[in-house]
Each structure stands twice: as structure tokens, then as C-alpha cells.
Design a protein around this ligand. Structure first.
Ligand SMILES: [Zn+2]
Ligand SMILES: [Zn+2]
Length: 254
């Protein structure tokens, strides 16, 4: 079955209950019954909130993968879209037709056309600029400036932060720095998502890895647009603390 425990992290939790993260959309799939497709989406269960972080490129694939993983579309309470690119937000507009009470969070700087697409399916997204609490213990970093701007999802736990990134266009280290500064944190238990390092030289990738270690990043799960070579270098640097990604992977944070 789909339940594949890719990472179990222990520590004193800030959240009253464990946080569970499931990758539901990624360039690769960890399960034969889930479709792989270029894009990213993850479901985060934190307390009473079920947050979809990004929504993939294709609504039909998103709904199919959610269903195969036992996630009812109507059970999702919030949707946070990291940045404007279609492979992170297009699936949302199909999902919204199955979930009339979904609360969506877009960056204020998204182009007007994306707000129009949302309006066409009766979504009225929160326009995020500053860091904002989405649910108890779960935050958006707000706008991290880049090309394009991006927001990361941050879960505060007693053992440090857990960060989800879409593509990390502003730079994954900048995303981590913003989250640590905002939450006054010195430890990051896990960074999961796209790191966008596929066009960089080994030397530049190594600089990013070194910076993440300086920032106290304990574990990484590079996904989506990170790039094969960068994933190899993360594996070399982090060993077993570089966790495999792909649709179907599940991370339980005690
Ligand atoms: Zn992307
Ligand atoms: Zn992107």
C-alpha cells in the first residue's frame, strides 16, 4: 500500500499532535499506483487543519493521486500556493470545484490572470505579503523576493522548524533564512520540496549545501526541480538524512 514511511523524526512537539506530510504530486512517484508528473503538491495534516501546499500542474492527476492516497478533496481546509508557475497552482482550480469551503493563500504579487482563474471557480484567496499564520503552528513566510517571488510553508515544532518549498526560486537558503529569522529558530528539522538547483555547477550546489548546514538544517527531502546532480550531492553530504521524495512519500513528525 501507499504507506511508506520515508522519514520519522522524533523530538518534543510544539504541535499538540504529530504532523504528517504526504507528497501527492511530484516529478517522480514512489508508488506504482500514483502518477508522476512535472509539478509539486503536498498535504500537511497539522491538528485540525489539512493544508494543501501547491497543487501540481494538472487537476485530474491531482484528484486521482489524492483519491489513491485516501484524501477526500472536501477534507482539505487550506491551500497555500508557493508561486505563480502553472505546475504549482493549476490543479487548485479543479480541486476548488470539489471543495467549496477551501481557503486559499496566494502571494499578493501573483498576476491578475491567476486571481481571475481563482475567481472563476469562486475562490477568494487571501493576498499574502507578510508572514501569516495559516493554522495553529503553521505559517507562510510571506513574500520571499525572487524571480518569481515565493512563499514557503513553515511548521513550528519543539525540535525546530519544518519547511516546505515549491521551487525555491529566491534560493532555498534564502527561504530557510527568512523562516528562521521570522520564527526566531536555530534548528530546521527538515526542508522538503523543490530546491531548483538543476542548472548550477557542483561548486555552486556545494555552497548551497554548506549554507543550509550553517543554518542548522538537519534533514532534507529534495524533490521536483532540485535536479539529479544536486540530489546526488545532497546524498553525499547528508547521508541517511537526505530523505527520498516522490509522490506517495509520507513523513511523520512526532
Ligand atoms: Zn516548479
Ligand atoms: Zn517554479
Amino acid at each position: 500500500m501507499w504507506v511508506l514511511l520515508a522519514g520519522v523524526l522524533f523530538g518534543t512537539a510544539c504541535m499538540a499532535s504529530p504532523v504528517e506530510i504526504r507528497i501527492v504530486y511530484d516529478n517522480s512517484s514512489a508508488e506504482p499506483f500514483l502518477r508522476a508528473d512535472w509539478g509539486f503538491a503536498a498535504v500537511v495534516d497539522a491538528g485540525a487543519a489539512r493544508i494543501l501546499f501547491d497543487a501540481g500542474a494538472d487537476g485530474a492527476i491531482l484528484l486521482r493521486n489524492l483519491s489513491a492516497m485516501g484524501v477526500q478533496p472536501a477534507s482539505i481546509t487550506h491551500a497555500v500556493i508557493s508561486h505563480r508557475h502553472a505546475d504549482h497552482r493549476n490543479g487548485l482550480f479543479t480541486l476548488a470545484l470539489k471543495n467549496r469551503s477551501l481557503k486559499a493563500y496566494f502571494l499578493d504579487s501573483f498576476p491578475a490572470e491567476i486571481y481571475e482563474l481563482a475567481g472563476a471557480v469562486a475562490l477568494d484567496p487571501v493576498r499574502v505579503r507578510e508572514p501569516i499564520e495559516i493554522a495553529p503552528g503553521v505559517f507562510s513566510t510571506g513574500t520571499v523576493p525572487g524571480d518569481p517571488d515565493e512563499q514557503a510553508l513553515v511548521v513550528e515544532t519543539g525540535g525546530g522548524l519544518v519547511l516546505l518549498t515549491g521551487c525555491s526560486h529566491p534560493g532555498v537558503a534564502s527561504m530557510v533564512e527568512a523562516a528562521c529569522r521570522q520564527r526566531n529558530a536555530k534548528t530546521v528539522r527538515l526542508v522538503l520540496g523543490g530546491f531548483h538547483l538543476h542548472r548550477l555547477s557542483d561548486e555552486l550546489i556545494q555552497q548551497v549545501i554548506d549554507r543550509l548546514r550553517e543554518l542548522g538544517v538537519e534533514q532534507v527531502a529534495p524533490a521536483h526541480c532540485t535536479g539529479e546532480r544536486a540530489i546526488q550531492l545532497f546524498r553525499r553530504a547528508y547521508g541517511p538524512r537526505c530523505l527520498p521524495a516522490g509522490a506517495g512519500r509520507r513523513f511523520l513528525i512526532e
